[in-house]
Design a protein around this ligand. Sequence first.
Ligand SMILES: [Fe+2]
Ligand SMILES: [Fe+2]
Length: 172
Amino acid sequence: MLSEALTKALSEQVNAEYYSAYLYLGMSAYADREGYKGIANWFFIQAQEERAHAVHLYQHILERGASPVFTDIQAPPASFAGIKDVFEKVLAHERGVTARINKIASMAAEEKDHATYNFILWYVNEQVEEEKNAGEIISKINLMGNSPALLFHLDSELAARTFTDPFAGGSA
Ligand SMILES: [Fe+2]
Ligand SMILES: [Fe+2]
């Protein structure tokens, strides 16, 4: 059975994942409006992944005999100062998510809840990827000086991303 503190922390993480999905859907809409269909595609898939994370966390709470606590999902920003600004906000957001995940891992370790600790390690690894992906895109934009030619190239590159369910193989 999950402790009350971990139930609260994991429930807050369900909310945070839905907020991430909302944030990335907003970024997808922004990119689409600006004419960057490939970048819009990347964010649309990013939002799908975040929703999969939310459901996966929710399922862990139920499996451990607890009840998730639902709260309001905050509205994401509606406008951005360009594509570089969008990805800088992604990196800042993902760093914040990493801090939350690390806190849950520490709580699970302190409580000796090995099942939750093992469960949350998947997210510890996932956050390394999330920060790396955002950081690499920002580096590319910086290298080319945020030029329209680079953004066109980046748009084509990000158009290739497709969605695969991160938990399809029954991992974590
Ligand atoms: Fe996530
Ligand atoms: Fe994420």
